[in-house]
Structure formats: structure tokens, C-alpha cells
Ligand binder design. Structure first.
Ligand SMILES: NC(=O)C1=CN([C@@H]2O[C@H](COP(=O)(O)OP(=O)(O)OC[C@H]3O[C@@H](n4cnc5c(N)ncnc54)[C@H](OP(=O)(O)O)[C@@H]3O)[C@@H](O)[C@H]2O)C=CC1
Ligand SMILES: CC(=O)N[C@@H](CCC(=O)OP(=O)(O)O)C(=O)O
Length: 355
């Protein structure tokens, strides 16, 4: 990344909501991107401060001054805008960026659901439902070519990314009972964002492990079902239970499904290897190996292990991502790369940080 805006061949991007965790992660990853200049970063609460004063890790690499969110001022200086805002705040400004002729990768949930009634049921009435038909659910492993042509990409949620990639080979090959899928997902605390909340306090999270949104109550359920249904070609329902674990980053999803014909572990491992053989960021693991959040931490990889539990005739898939990278900012950059014609892996080549 270069901070000199006069290099005209570079793509100018703005990060709206740069003082949050996904905003910081966008800056960290774009710092390695050879074709991008960050021209603008926003925060309401910290406007006027340098981003490197909020996040000292950026000192000397990105010392931009945070600005309040003024859509026309931002659009004047950016070709593409990452909106890293809470849902409902994003949909207040995305139409302004599109009207100014800019491309948008929205990290919030505001444009992920195709049906405004479903959005209204899980969130609140949508302010611009007319944009939903053109918004592309930005999971490159599902619809790379459509993303290339999009002007509005809805970056998927972190849990949905891990579950959908974990189930894609089984669903598109009609291998499982689509009424009996269970996804049991565990997330680190950064998934909840940086804003102060009681549930994110040290004493609430440390040395504890809890389920939440139990019984189909989490808002990622309709997002997961929308995409799984598209893969299956018919409506899919899922029991999805998220959990909070005392770690900073990472999501591990353990997914259970019942095969609808006899299968072997060898066949399943080979199916996953074949499905993802050309994917730069999905690593299907060999037989008997299962992923860990430690080995994807800080990287854009999704690692997936699969087996058949022959005692119960159940398929078990385990999928791991970093919620802030493949689950958010890394995937957003992968989408930007597709939209803007960069190599898909630009800025995302880094391996996991381990130990
Ligand atoms: N964290 C994660 O792992 C993932 C997050 N997401 C989604 O990405 C989005 C950003 O998440 P995350 O970075 O974690 O969130 P944070 O809470 O860490 O950051 C939110 C950012 O939005 C800004 N902001 C908040 N409210 C407003 C507002 N009304 N108007 C303008 N700016 C506002 C904040 O600025 P300030 O407070 O400084 O004014 C801050 O910069 C969310 O929609 C989230 O659901 C998606 C996948 C994974
Ligand atoms: C641990 C934790 O709290 N995780 C968040 C999910 C983060 C995410 O992807 O949320 P969006 O769909 O809003 O983008 C949650 O359960 O609400």
C-alpha cells in the first residue's frame, strides 16, 4: 500500500468505520496490497484523531486523520468504499456512494438477504429495498463471476462463511438430508466488534464458554439458509447454534449432516479436495485431519476437515476461519480484487500467525 494519493494508477479506497475491528483489519491487510491507496478513514467518536493514535500498530504506516462520515466528501476521494459499519448504519449511506458512481463492499448485514421481508423480520424495515436485487452476496467460492461485475457486494457474515463453505460440496452434489443439518459454531470475541458491551467484558468472556442465539434465534440463520438453499436448489433449514469462546479471533464450525445414500470417508475427502482444488483460500484437509483456529489466525484461509462417523451414519465437517479475515476484511478485499480486476489473492497472501 502507498499513502501517496498522487500515484494515479492506484485504486483509491475509503474505509468507513475505520476505528472498528474490521476497519483496522482492512488497513492491516491493505498495507500489503500493491494496487491500493487508502484515501480516507472515518469515525464519529474519534474524528480529528489520527488512526495510528487509536491503533498504535499503524504508526508510521497509516497516520491518516479520522473524519466524520460525510458521503459526498468521501465519494469525491475514493473509487471504492468499504462500509465497515453496524447494520442499519450502513444502509443509510450506501445509496449515496452508489449514486456518486462508486463501488461498495459492505461488511454489514444490510444487503445480504435478498428478501426485504426476511430482512425486516430479523432486523428492521429496510431503508432501500430496491437495492437488494442487485446486491451480490460476496462469497467468491460461490459466485466469482457475478462479483466481478457488481457495484454493490454484500460481504457475508463470519459464521455464514464458515458454514456455507463447509457444506457446499455436500449440497451441490445432493448428498445429504437437507432437513437435518446442524451447525455448531464457536467464535472469538472480536466477532462482537470493538464497541463497549457488557457481554464483551473480560469477566464475562474469560474462562467461560457459552451458547447464545439458541433455538434458531441468531440473525445469521436466515443468511445461512438463503445460501444453502441456493446451493441445494430447494429450501434448506438448519439448526445453527453460535457460541462465544475466550479467544480474540477465530471461528470453528462443527457441522453434522445425514447422508442420503451410503458414503465413505475416502469418498467425502476426495469430493472436498476436488471441489476446492482451484480455490486459493480454501484448504480441504486429508483424511483424519481437522482444522484449528490457530492455523488460520490472521490469514484468509478456510480450512475444512471431513469424515463419516460410521457408527451413527453421520457426516461431520469441521471448518475454521479467522472471523476478521476470511470472515470479514480479508473476504472484503478478495471481493474488491474481483471487482477491480486485481489478482484475487493480492494483499491476502500472508500465512497464519502461529504460535
Ligand atoms: N467483527 C467481526 O468479526 C465481523 C463483523 N462484521 C460486520 O462488520 C461491521 C463492522 O464490524 P466491526 O468492525 O466488528 O464493528 P466495530 O463495532 O468494531 O466498529 C464499528 C465502526 O462503525 C463506526 N460506527 C458505529 N456506528 C456508526 C454510525 N451510526 N455512523 C457512522 N459510523 C458508525 C464506529 O465508529 P466510532 O465508534 O469510532 O464512531 C466504528 O468505526 C458490522 O456490521 C459487523 O456486524 C462482519 C463479519 C465479521
Ligand atoms: C461473537 C459475536 O458476537 N459475533 C457476532 C457476529 C459477527 C458478524 O458477522 O456479524 P454481522 O452479521 O452483523 O456482520 C454476533 O453473534 O452477533
Amino acid at each position: 500500500m502507498f499513502l501517496n494519493r498522487e500515484i494515479s494508477a492506484m485504486l483509491n479506497v475509503a474505509i468507513v468505520g475505520a476505528s472498528g475491528y474490521t476497519g483496522l483489519e482492512l488497513i492491516r491487510l491493505l498495507d500489503r496490497h500493491p494496487g491500493v491507496v487508502i484515501s480516507c478513514v472515518t469515525s464519529e467518536q474519534s474524528a480529528g484523531k489520527r488512526i495510528s493514535d487509536i491503533f498504535p500498530t499503524l504508526r508510521g504506516r497509516c497516520d491518516l486523520v479520522l473524519e466524520p462520515l460525510n458521503p459526498s466528501a468521501i465519494a469525491a476521494r475514493a473509487d471504492l468504499i468499504f462500509t465497515a459499519l453496524p447494520h442499519q448504519a450502513a444502509m443509510k449511506v450506501v445509496p449515496d456512494f452508489l449514486a456518486a458512481g462508486k463501488k461498495v463492499v459492505d461488511l454489514s448485514a444490510d444487503y445480504r438477504l435478498h428478501d426485504p421481508a426476511v430482512y425486516g423480520a430479523w432486523y428492521e424495515p429496510h431503508l432501500n429495498p430496491e437495492l437488494l436485487p442487485e446486491a451480490v452476496f460476496g462469497l467468491p467460492e460461490l459466485r466469482r463471476e457475478t462479483i466481478r461485475k457488481a457495484r454493490l457486494v454484500a460481504n457475508p457474515g463470519c459464521y455464514p462463511t464458515s458454514v456455507i463453505l463447509g457444506l457446499k460440496p455436500l449440497l451441490e452434489n445432493a448428498l445429504i438430508d437437507i432437513t437435518a443439518i446442524i451447525a455448531d459454531s464457536k467464535s472469538g470475541t472480536s466477532g462482537a466488534g470493538r464497541s463497549a458491551k457488557v457481554d464483551s467484558l473480560y469477566c464475562e468472556v474469560n474462562d467461560s464458554f457459552k451458547a447464545y442465539g439458541v433455538g434458531g434465534a441468531h440473525r445469521h440463520t436466515p443468511e445461512i439458509e438463503q445460501e444453502l438453499s441456493e446451493l441445494a436448489g430447494q429450501p434448506v433449514t438448519i439448526t445453527f447454534t453460535p457460541h462465544l469462546v475466550p479467544m480474540d479471533r477465530g471461528i470453528l464450525s462443527t457441522i453434522y449432516a445425514t447422508p442420503n445414500r451410503p458414503v465413505t470417508t475416502e469418498e467425502l475427502v476426495s469430493l472436498y479436495a476436488d471441489t476446492y482444488k482451484d480455490e486459493p483460500f480454501v484448504r480441504p484437509l486429508p483424511k483424519g485431519q481437522f482444522p484449528s483456529t490457530a492455523f488460520v489466525r490472521g490469514s484468509n484461509f478456510c480450512d475444512i476437515g471431513i469424515t463419516l462417523d460410521s457408527r451413527t451414519n453421520r457426516i461431520v465437517v469441521v471448518s475454521a476461519i479467522d472471523n476478521l479475515v476470511k470472515g470479514a476484511s480479508g473476504q472484503a478485499i478478495q471481493n474488491m480484487n474481483l471487482i477491480c480486476g486485481f489478482p484475487e489473492t493480492s494483499g491476502l497472501e500472508g500465512l497464519a500467525i502461529f504460535p
